[in-house]
Design a protein around this ligand. Structure first.
Ligand code: COA
Length: 172
């Protein structure tokens, strides 16, 4: 992985960068939503709907927007909050996490995830929708390979809160 990956908290004036990357993120997810009526459809303007409440990542202190850059250019983002997908409360939850296709499978995601883990001690969670098999493999690897991670628990949920895997682990 290139040593010049920079993971930084996104400033308010960088919100449009995340909004743009979010279009590609939703496009990736739309492939998993082939059997859904509305989700994953483009609007008449050729864009996906804006991500709900994105602006709260700059107003609510429990929410953090992160940008990943290589050579100064955006290659991904993460939205981190404290909203658990199971009954077990967590300190930090990865709500959204994305690496652009050109730079995948080169360790960018793992290095970015490790940089995020380094920002907060406590119980972290990554929830992965059932059909996102590659992402589940990614989070298993990213959590297990971080030296400060322990107590990894993986649960399979199919309830009102979540349909898929919930990975929890302690950092620090
Ligand atoms: C999931 C995602 C963030 C991975 O980013 P990445 O930069 O490609 O991940 P890395 O290169 O750091 O992968 C590290 C390891 O995770 C595992 N992994 C990553 N992507 C995988 C995939 N699609 N299938 C299986 N294993 C995968 C592999 O073990 C990989 O190591 P290897 O390439 O040496 O085999 C990226 O594919 C993505 O943005 N996907 C679309 C959005 C998404 O699903 N986000 C996660 C929401 S929970």
């Amino acid at each position: 992985m290139s040593a010049d990956l920079v993971v930084s908290r996104a400033r308010a004036d960088e919100a449009p960068i995340i909004a743009n990357l979010m279009q590609f993120y939703i496009h990736d997810f739309s492939e998993l939503w082939f059997d859904r009526e509305v989700e994953g459809e483009l609007g008449p303007d050729g864009r996906f709907s804006d991500y709900p409440l994105l602006e709260t990542y700059w107003s609510d202190p429990s929410r953090e927007p992160w940008l990943f850059r290589l050579g100064g250019l955006p290659v991904g983002f993460a939205l981190v909050n404290d909203v658990a997908h199971s009954e077990t409360p967590v300190d930090r939850a990865v709500a959204e996490f994305f690496v652009v296709r050109k730079h995948r499978r080169r360790g960018v995601g793992q290095a970015a995830a490790h940089a995020l883990f380094g920002t907060a001690w406590g119980v972290w969670e990554a929830a992965v929708v059932r059909r996102n098999i590659g992402a589940l493999a990614f989070w298993r690897t990213a959590a297990a390979s971080y030296p400060g991670v322990r107590d990894i628990v993986e649960e399979d949920h199919r309830d009102g809160l979540w349909d898929g895997a919930v990975l929890r682990f302690r950092v620090g």
